[in-house]
Design a binder for this molecule. Sequence first.
Ligand code: ADP
Length: 560
Amino acid sequence: MTKRIFKYTELIIFVTLISGFAAILFIFYAYFGTVQDKQLKTETAITAQAVEEGGLDYLRGLKLEDTRVTLIAGDGTVLYDNEEDASKMANHADRPEVKEALEKGEGKSTRYSDTKTTAMIYSALRLSDGSVLRVSEERNTVLTVALGMVLPMIWVFLILLIISWRISLKMSRQIVEPLNGFDLDHPLDNQDYPELAPFLQRINNQQKEIRQQKESLIRAEKDFVTVTDHMQECLILLSRKGKIISINNQAMKLLHADESCIGSDILYLERRVEFQRGLKKAADGEHTELILEYAGRHYQADISPIFSEDLKAAAGMVVLMFDVTDRENAEQMRREFTSNVSHELKTPLHTISGCAELLKSGGVRPEDSGKFVDLIFSQTQRMITLVDDLLQISHLDAGAADMKWEQLSLMDVVKSAENRLHGAAMTQNVQMTVSGSRPALIWGITRLVESIVFNLMDNALKYNRENGRVDVTVTEEDKAVRLSVKDNGVGIPAEDVPRIFERFYRVDKSHSREIGGTGLGLSIVKNAARILHADVDVKSELGKGTEFIIVFPKTKPTEA
Ligand code: ADP
């Protein structure tokens, strides 16, 4: 701004100086013209006086350089001229100054001289003998005057220019300095220029507006961050070119990033081809869903375009990622479950169908028919057990909400299971002992507790060996009752222990089937324990035995 003011001031001064000098020049020119006229008139009068007294001789004796003197007879004949040969000169009677002098006694004129090719001023005086004396000089031209003044004028011009340069520099600084010192944070506090008051008022209003808009933007952004940071899902907002605009905590955790990633390309965080393809599609306005794996867990990534109101193409993109591992696992389990159930049912059904067909065709000897009927019966029983277990599992999956919670004695349940399994224990030559405090009251659902206890004790017998032992212990604790079912049977390989609670999982499939196992017993135990809020633990050593520990709460879980 200083420069601009200075430039304009200098320009004004320059133009003023030039026009000033031009005006002075013309004034001088006019003034010098008048002075020259007067001088010429005086010179004419003096010369005329001298000619009156000395005649032509006086004129011939004159030595003049810039002045022309002409003596003209009353009829216009040139008698003498100090510059030209008088005899060759034309009659001068028609010259205006000569004419005027003949008439009025004196005359003057200014005109362009053909002889001298310049503007001349003429002054003429009639002498007493009737002749006319004419004195003439070259008229000063503007250029002559200007050339005469040029050097001092240049000096004056330069001096004035330097002075004006300094003054305008100082002046422009003085004007701008208060403006530079303006406190634009508080525009109304600046009083230096009252002329700027409306402008400052406007700045003040606009600042207020900007402040309010900024505050509401910050508030909106804070709300957005608070909401997105508390989301379980990962959320990333991207520009159309894939630059990160916003990323929530979950997404940063998942992609091992921090806030410094904002503004950089998403490529730095996720380079997988299918993800990049999804982004490209979103930029073209298409929605994509894909499953990506992070640290062994599956995430569904929804990549969608964001359309602004006025634009047809995507203005940006949003990526929403959520953990679908459980859903995927459940899906997988459902698929496996269905195929397992079909498989488990297929074997007995084939056996039953085969036996029935043989009996029907009469291809079985009457003495063997009993064996086939027994086989049909045992396979039917197996199917009934399997269907019962399946019904129990699906009931537990549904939450067993219809079942009654009550206080019951764990020891009573254990004793009753012991009675049911007594025969089997005897057959298998396994010694079963039950010890512990009575009644060992717990809060639970009797049928589920019975199921847990029976399955564990039954397994302890099934996976035992000749002359083996099963020790069932019930221990009262402060807030819980602990059930331990310990056997010294076959044990479970360490790598199988984490999987034994899965549906249809058996360590030794053929042996389990042989002894009537469905592979569902322990998953019933686990699901029932979950509903009863009981903890399940298992310790096993291959070839040495297994111990299952279940800790039942004494009180209603909600009251605990
Ligand atoms: P199953 O009907 O085959 O017994 P379970 O779900 O009850 O099915 O048990 C799953 C598997 O765990 C069994 O097949 C067996 O291999 C193993 N298992 C369960 N209990 C014991 C135990 N007390 N000792 C050794 N292995 C056991």
